[in-house]
Design a binder for this molecule. Structure first.
Ligand SMILES: [Zn+2]
Length: 178
């Protein structure tokens, strides 16, 4: 689900975190998916899947039916991906990306993860970011299930700062009135 976070501020000044194919490869590597290189076409497919996950995740978080086209994109990525789940030496979850090509395999893993979350098969709460300029769907696995922002470092911090400034302004205003 954190793949949808590679595009933030969807309702404000959009921030694209995978602007070029090499950044997509970086994202895969950082997430334990062994993809050495990506093409422009891979990037297009990845972004299409990302937006489909965003659309379906948003619908699911609102309790609305999933838009069929977006659902189809996720399902096709899952079908085309041929990755095998492995146990790593540390006993964690790893992936061997199959003969369909590493990028197809990696996108299949992303689709599988999204399906687990959107279907409710995985333990957590699907929610929408409280920031009005973001509204990203995110997966809340905190113990209390009360997370408000997709990312504490971006949306959470900005929101805190805005509230602080608003409080200071209203405090200043009232002191002028008295
Ligand atoms: Zn957000």
């Amino acid at each position: 689900m954190c793949f949808t976070g590679t595009l933030t501020e969807r309702h404000g000044d959009r921030v694209e975190r995978i602007p070029v194919p090499s950044r997509l490869a970086d994202w895969f590597i950082a997430n334990g998916l062994d993809v050495v290189a990506c093409s422009e076409a891979d990037l297009d497919r990845a972004r299409e899947l990302r937006e489909a996950v965003h659309v379906c995740g948003t619908a699911a978080a609102r309790g609305e039916p999933l838009p069929p086209e977006a659902r189809e994109v996720i399902n096709m990525a899952s079908i085309n991906g041929s990755a095998s789940a492995l146990l790593t030496t540390e006993g964690g979850l790893g992936w061997q990306l199959g003969p369909g090509g590493p990028v197809a395999g990696a996108l299949g893993v992303v689709a599988l993860s999204a399906i687990g979350i959107i279907s409710g098969a995985r333990d957590g709460r699907l929610a929408l970011c409280a920031s009005p300029t973001c509204r990203a769907a995110f997966f809340d696995t905190s113990r209390s299930r009360t997370r408000k922002w997709c990312d504490m470092n971006t949306c959470g911090n900005r929101e805190k700062k805005a509230r602080f400034l608003a409080n200071r302004r209203s405090a200043g205003g009232s002191s002028r009135d008295t």
